[in-house]
Design a protein around this ligand. Structure first.
Ligand SMILES: [Cu+2]
Length: 142
């Protein structure tokens, strides 16, 4: 194959199979529930919308305010609610997934410096293609 053609095909493949650009991901309604003093864990919520043409996979969340942020889903079986750890959350094209009370949620150990309603906390969402998006979550009461 001639060099220019191969180059063209390579570029074409990259264009067609390219990763979901960060611009195709929308995050909104990010908030963290204000916890009573001494609560060991905090819960956070947000919605992620994939406006791209290819699936996007959320693989984790980090924050400068928390040692770690876990992705959980609350499931009720036989009347008992349990939390299941989620390693990733896949968003199909055009699809929105919300972390909301009673379903998926972010769970993080309470920081030594307590968070109060009105505080702003930075969260970074990491995607399987290496992309990441930052969002500011407001601390508030439900
Ligand atoms: Cu949880």
């Amino acid at each position: 194959m001639k060099q220019p053609l191969r180059h063209f095909l390579l570029l074409l493949c990259l264009a067609l199979a390219g990763p979901v650009a960060a611009a195709d991901i929308e995050i909104h309604d990010a908030w963290i529930r204000e916890a009573p003093p001494g609560a060991p864990m905090l819960a956070g919520y947000l919605c992620v919308l994939n406006r791209g043409q290819t699936p996007a996979t959320l693989t984790g969340v980090t924050s400068p305010r928390f040692a770690h942020v876990m992705m959980h889903r609350t499931e009720t079986r036989d009347g008992v609610a349990r939390m299941r750890h989620l390693a990733e959350v896949t968003l199909d094209p055009g699809r929105q997934e919300c972390f909301a009370p009673g379903g998926m949620h972010l769970m993080m150990p309470a920081p030594e410096q307590p968070l109060r309603a009105g505080d702003q906390v930075e969260l970074t969402l990491h995607f399987a293609d290496g992309d990441s998006r930052r969002v500011v979550a407001a601390v508030r009461t439900p």
